[in-house]
Design a protein around this ligand. Sequence first.
Ligand code: PRT
Ligand code: ZN
Length: 290
Amino acid sequence: MRRHSDTVLSIAIQKSGRLSEDSLALLAACGLAFPSGGGKLKARAAGFDAEVFFLRDDDIPQYVADGVAHLGIVGQNVIDEKGHSLRELRRLGFGRCRLSLAVRKAVDYPGPRYFDGLQIATSYPRILQRWLEAQGLKAEIHEISGSVEIAPALGLADAIFDIVSSGSTLLMNELKEVETVMQSEAVLVAAPSLPPAAQALADELAFRLDAVMRARRTKYVLLNAPNDRLEAIIRLLPGVKSPTLLPLAEPGWSSVHSVIDESAFWQVLSQLKEAGAQGILVIPIEKMVV
Ligand code: PRT
Ligand code: ZN
């Protein structure tokens, strides 16, 4: 039977770029499947009262601020640059990068005062201006929309302020990163207030996102251990509540099941082996509701 609903949650995501694939994959993991590609402007989800708008990332904050889309998935860097007042509902853990100042490799960098009176090329003039003011510095900002890293070689600027991820673009252009001004990742944002029905759907989506993100941070561990070693092993595996113990067919042995934080992963594994664990299996978790 078709469910009737007069509210559909609209979510603006990047049409084609670095955030597109991860945005769609995250929504899919939350049960919102959209047909991808085809150059469409919007698509209706199967299994959830939602639709996505495919937009340029720069336009997403405005669409959400104006209420055209209820939610948006976009880089924190773009949100800060555009300056609309939006609610950050969740940080999403992908599209990680930083906004940094970079200078020619040969420069003997003395600290932020180096930038006083210089020409700096960037696509992020507002964030840069705020940083300069906080440092008590004045510089000439040249706003350019792409390929900022070639500006110093062309004589257009003395320095650049741009997104850095691996740093290889800077390296290739004989530049070096000297100040990191902000760290960024993709975020889920909403307008300061949403209509109640849209807010209810946004809450449901946030609940699902939490389950997916929590699962991404943790692993399911299964191992076998002699019963006389269980105490030491269980101490290493806090689990959600406490680990599950199942007797093995072989007398005197048990199977231990638990979840562990990905960040503790290798450290715990070697400690488990030392404590006598055998046949350790580490399995990804798809959803985790606590
Ligand atoms: O067409 P549209 O306007 O939607 O896309 P866009 O070209 O403006 O953006 P896009 O797809 O390049 O980036 C979207 C978002 O991804 C950015 O706003 C950031 O939040 C995030 N992100 C993460 C990055 C990077 N990593 C990144 N490395 N955005 C850009 N870069 C650039 C960087 O400027 C450098 O020139 O990629 C280049 C390679 O970086 P290195 O340091 O790895 O060499
Ligand atoms: Zn863009």
